[in-house]
Write a protein that binds this ligand. Structure first.
Ligand code: ATP
Length: 243
């Protein structure tokens, strides 16, 4: 399978302090990959480096064979990287549908209708809530809108930063069901999580991220059953989280 996203020795951080150290990672077209690590390991920073929200201090990022150096974030989105940031960042006074439409503000009416129909098929609940202001939604519903908004740009790769944060185990299960459906439909997915159990149950391969370094890469099923990892990360999340 061809590599869709490739990181070669990527480093970066804040104000001269390196937080991500020479990370190399690759994701093939059609794969579902997780990166798991503790609070503060540098997971969000890594995603900001991939999206171009932070400058690299070393290394290279390739998407579909193209070096992304000097491409601003919106150009990376246009190339096919959908990004679901931590913390959701919705417009609270706007409706579900208005928030979704923001994800595709340049689309034609016909394309917009087609994209909305696709998102309502993945998240039927959002169709019922489409005229509801986002501030009135539950955390899980807001997360669905955030994922839906990223899907409005027709991504080839969907990157999610801690999508299960703050959600009840049952809702985490629903969210990962939707990610499974998207992956089964051909979307490449990269999810970064502290909730290692849910992410590794979903993914085919997993990276372990510790203190800004990749310390391990293995099939997700293998990581799920590793006694040291189970103790460090997997055990933190209830097994119900993947149901
Ligand atoms: N804007 C910033 N300015 C300075 N330092 C930052 C900034 N954002 C994060 N850091 C630092 O970078 C390190 C890694 O943070 P990061 O948010 O990438 O970790 P994380 O693995 O995503 O953790 P979390 O699960 O808490 O989001 C931390 O030491 C953090 O304090």
């Amino acid at each position: 399978m061809p590599e869709l996203l490739q990181l070669q020795q990527v480093s970066g951080g804040y104000h001269g302090r390196t937080v991500v150290h020479e990370v190399s990672l690759s994701i093939a077209e059609g794969e579902a990959v997780a990166a798991v690590g503790a609070n503060g390991a540098g997971k969000t920073t890594l995603l900001r480096l991939i999206m171009g929200q932070l400058p690299l201090s070393g290394g290279q990022v390739f998407f579909a064979g193209r070096d992304l150096a000097r491409l601003p974030p919106f150009e990376r989105v246009r190339l096919g990287i959908g990004y679901v940031p931590e913390g959701r960042a919705l417009f609270p006074e706007m409706t579900v549908e208005e928030n979704l439409e923001i994800g595709a503000y340049r689309a034609s009416r016909a394309d917009l209708r087609q994209r909305l129909a696709y998102i309502y098929q993945i998240f039927p609940k959002l169709q019922r809530l489409r005229q509801t202001r986002c501030r009135l939604l539950s955390g899980g519903e807001q997360q669905m809108v955030t994922v839906g908004r990223a899907l409005m740009t027709h991504p080839r790769l969907l990157i999610l930063d801690e999508p299960s944060t703050g959600l009840a185990p049952r809702v985490v299960g629903e969210l990962y069901q939707a990610l499974r459906a998207l992956h089964a439909g051909g979307l490449t997915v990269f999810v970064v999580e502290q909730n290692a159990y849910a992410a590794l149950r979903f993914a085919q391969r997993g990276y372990v991220f510790e203190d800004g370094h990749i310390t391990r890469v293995a099939p997700a099923a293998e990581l799920l059953h590793d006694p040291r990892l189970v103790e460090s990360y997997v055990g933190r999340a209830s097994p119900m989280a993947s149901s």
